[in-house]
Write a protein that binds this ligand. Sequence first.
Ligand SMILES: *Cc1c(COP(=O)(O)O)cnc(C)c1O
Length: 351
Amino acid sequence: MYPKLNVNKQKLAHNIKFIHKMAKDKGIDICCVTKGFCAHPEIVDVFYENGIREFADSRIENLQKINYVGIKRYLLRLPMISEAKKVVMYSDMSLNSEIETVKALGREACRLGITHKVLLMIDVGDLREGVRPENAVFTAKEMCKVEGIKLFGVGMNVNCYGGVLPTETNIGELVNIAEEIEKECNVKLEIISGGNSGSVYLMLQDRLDRRVNNLRIGELVFCGAETSFQQNIEGMFQDVFTLEAEVIEVKDKPSLPIGEMGLNAFGESVAYEDKGVMKRCIIACGRQDISIDNLFPINQAIKKVGSSSDHTILDVTMVEDIKVGDILEFRLNYGAILSLTTSEYVGLDIK
Ligand SMILES: *Cc1c(COP(=O)(O)O)cnc(C)c1O
């Protein structure tokens, strides 16, 4: 079935073991983030088989699918109050910033006779989730009072909405807040979570604060690159995932559309460059499966032209012997893997 997303198990296993060992040697626990591939069970298996015991995802539906003995599951996105019961049933810990939500989790945990762990998120400047530093101690105190809840740690997340980089300064601020909370609330925080794949560059350079003992890692494992500066990591594979798509048309066509110009299928007005007649092909996949910006032809003679919902157009002028029915292969970035695994029209081949 095409389009087909290929997962190279050996390369994935290598990347998992590589980062797992490196982090362990530096005293850091890695929890692997499965949302980038919808926690597909066969892919999660590769993580488990290669020693990963902590899994994290933004969606409780994904965590619910991850079932092995002796693992820990963390909910990354702040819980919805409406899903509180599922959150305490299917996750061991959730990331939180709202006291009302934590109270709802506490009520459900008490009902089930369990304790739910909470990681308090501190917003050190990226301005997505988390309490601002000046409100951290107060919020922590309130959370400590909730029955059925254990305040287990603190965490930060950058490199997301605001594009703020993790640095020794903002990680240092997180650690200071953690120590203040420990003193003011008289608790020991088990986890200080210093961010995502973007923080790995600091770990590589031994510049992560010694009290940081956890990172939440997704993208780095399947793209083989840290995400703050998009640097490939030596010793890791960048092509764990690739896409194969089938050619459904090959024709010589002008590069400028013919006729009166309106908007494209997405209501966008697009400018075209006149490159004369080109040999173009269409592959059977489109924006419903993948954005053309996230797709990189392995044959570098192939250039990207454009796409609509179900079609992607390529310039193959410089490619000899291309015909209908051929299969073309592409490298992918994180966004591509995310959308391809979400599309039910894309086959998955793990080998
Ligand atoms: C998605 C996510 C991660 C993982 O980020 P990567 O860049 O894929 O490593 C970590 N933490 C939170 C809160 C997330 O939402």
